[in-house]
Design a protein around this ligand. Structure first.
Ligand SMILES: CC(C)(COP(=O)(O)OP(=O)(O)OC[C@H]1O[C@@H](n2cnc3c(N)ncnc32)[C@H](O)[C@@H]1OP(=O)(O)O)[C@@H](O)C(=O)NCCC(=O)NCCS
Length: 173
């Protein structure tokens, strides 16, 4: 089993895997609305491949955080999936290790919707989202942020899909 970067030719196999791991309403959930129609960020998205089969995937997408002082790019992690028959082998953790290492490499802060007991080990903490406006509801405690400066994201903001805005990839100062 290897972990490698996601390529456009993986898209169909990844979609099929994600469909096996989530109910169809996933497409209407807030995480999907945040992703919008954006393309995964290649340098932050990985697959686990075994015998030419994709058995796990983590994707990161560009999103946009807009507060009174301006708009900044942020990364949304997810979905993270491991094929049901391969869970508990550490594939999810390996994919996350690659994603957080790549995030550290580029200095991007990262948001996700997920369970703190799983994602806490990768440096995610509850997001300072009390005054955020999102494109849909998120269960309390499930909006998680990985940031060296979480306080800079606190305060009123609209958080949404990056498209159609062309956001610079450089991290805001
Ligand atoms: C979450 C998921 C990716 C984990 O994949 P995995 O390859 O089994 O992960 P690992 O083998 O690295 O880790 C498994 C461990 O995580 C724990 N774990 C899995 N999901 C968890 C959750 N939601 N909350 C807390 N712990 C969780 C398992 O109990 C297991 O614990 P253990 O190591 O103490 O036995 C996989 O369960 C999955 O695809 N789930 C469906 C999709 C999903 O919910 N994705 C996450 C939201 S985007």
């Amino acid at each position: 089993m290897i972990i490698r970067g996601r390529t456009p030719s993986d898209t169909r196999a990844i979609e099929a895997l994600v469909d096996r791991c989530f109910p169809p309403e996933r497409r209407r959930r807030t995480a999907a609305l945040l992703r919008g129609g954006s393309t995964p960020i290649a340098s932050l998205s990985f697959v686990a491949e075994d015998a030419d089969r994709i058995v796990g995937s983590v994707a990161c997408h560009p999103i946009r955080w807009e507060g009174p002082g301006g708009a900044w790019p942020l990364v949304l992690l997810g979905p993270l999936v491991t094929a049901p028959e391969r869970r508990g082998e550490g594939i999810g953790s390996l994919l996350m290790a690659h994603a957080v290492s790549a995030l550290d490499g580029c200095g991007d802060d990262c948001l996700l919707v997920g369970d703190l007991p799983y994602y806490g080990r990768f440096g995610f903490r509850e997001a300072p989202a009390a005054s955020w406006e999102l494109p849909g509801p998120v269960e309390p405690g499930r909006l998680l942020l990985r940031s060296g400066q979480p306080e800079r994201w606190a305060g009123p903001a609209r958080v949404g899909a990056a498209a159609p805005f062309a956001m610079p990839r450089a991290h805001a100062a």
